[in-house]
Write a protein that binds this ligand. Sequence first.
Ligand code: G6P
Ligand code: ZN
Length: 544
Amino acid sequence: MTIKTVATTPFSDQKPGTSGLRKAVPRFQESNYLENFIQSIFDSLEGYQGQTLVVGGDGRYYNRQAIQIILKMSAANGWGRVKVGQSGILSTPATSCVVRKYNAFGGIILSASHNPGGPDGDFGVKYNIGNGGPAPEKVTSAIYERSKQISEYKILEADDLDLDRLGETTLGDMTVEVIDAVQDYQELLESLFDFDRIQQLLMGGNFRMCMDSLHAVTGPYAHAIFEKRLGAPAGTVQNGKPLEDFGGGHPDPNLVYAHDLVDIMFGEDAPDFGAASDGDGDRNMILGRHFFVTPSDSLAILAANATVAPGYKDGLAGVARSMPTSAAADRVAQQLGIDCYETPTGWKFFGNLLDAGKATLCGEESFGTGSDHVREKDGLWAVLFWLNVLAVKQQSVEEIVQEHWKSYGRNYYSRHDYEAVESDRANALMTNLRNALPDMKGKQLGSYTVDYADDFSYTDPVDGSVSEKQGVRIGFTDGSRIVFRLSGTGTKGATLRVYLESYEPNPAKHDVDPQTALKPLIDIAEEVAQIKSCTGMDEPTVIT
Ligand code: G6P
Ligand code: ZN
């Protein structure tokens, strides 16, 4: 087997976004496109020679082909060992778990998360560092810089490896180990949650759950954990076979895209508990019978009830949420007397807080929840956490949430997305907003008075790094808030996200439809940002 050095020229669009490099499949299939990016990752790392790399993906179209290329390039570049998930499958949280457990140098996850897959869908590459978390900005910037200079890459000339058979083989001087995708991860979850109690709940005959894996990566994990280990009846997990195109669906666990599950949970004879996860298994959606739990509330409720789970019985060091996530968790933190951190959007910003022991639970409005057990958000972890809470409290999902609101007040919350807006128009909208910020403080908008208006900037309390321009915030004197930002994960044009939040302490007013409760803020958002005329769209594409 010989190592080939291939001459190449840079691609100008290899700048990683909120979560790795994400492009349409045909772009990734262009000659040298993937190779350039992988070599750029390797070139910007120091000291990986002889070390272990973990590789896996969410099973989407091009996953297997990409893994073969990465294995051959890893061998040619001097990695000592690659642990690869069986059949090329590893969820994002499971990758994080394996990187940490085996002290790997890093991991490569092939996924475009919740974006659709298939030959015309999206593909993506994320690099994770040795703590198991997404590469921080200094690493992704270095990769991008390298991608603009690259002139050659190295690859081993070898036959494709069998990714389906467990065990070790060699590839040049490197060892390739095909690992069980579920086992390490399942062991970790068993150490955190009261599996006996959850098993009693699931086998007791009075409780039914429905888990929708949306034909994405959590299928094998969910079958193994809920049905095999915890004894839930076969059929509890639906759409549990990972498909290269996710069965034509959009593997995003929200009320719009997880419609099969939503129909079941809001239909007649609905189960007690429903959950879904995304393409790569790091997102989650939690539903009760005829009831939706917002991700922001979910974080707050898990924080308030954390000590029911064995892994968190000693309490939490702190909680952290992304800036656009509602302040529901802040109220819990205040009551618990612990810190609540507010970070920019992107799980990578939680990494330092978790490593430094400042936060135990983290969450984002974008259906992400997780803890210090790994360095990624974790869909099935959130589902098990909820099951643990339900098993201990013996109440319905709705009762738990209502009770929570009664104690802490309700943060009404909604996100309006305008997808595939022309980039220039979206940028112009944001520029106009930014220009208007200096004059906003004290201004009266509808019945609200502006308390502050800024472009969110974050100084990491651990390493002092500063991230600017993370979203325009308009806060009102009563605690209500509107946030505008452009998505960092879309691949078609720009996506404008408008986050709306208001606080209602009075339990008598906790039963209003969020779109109704937030209507005054929705109108103000239109007034200040001129969304309709700027985007050319009359309505949001997705409301969550
Ligand atoms: C990914 C990241 C999350 C982030 C989400 C939304 O899932 O891992 O941390 O919150 O994307 O990002 P966006 O930039 O599209 O709002
Ligand atoms: Zn994801």
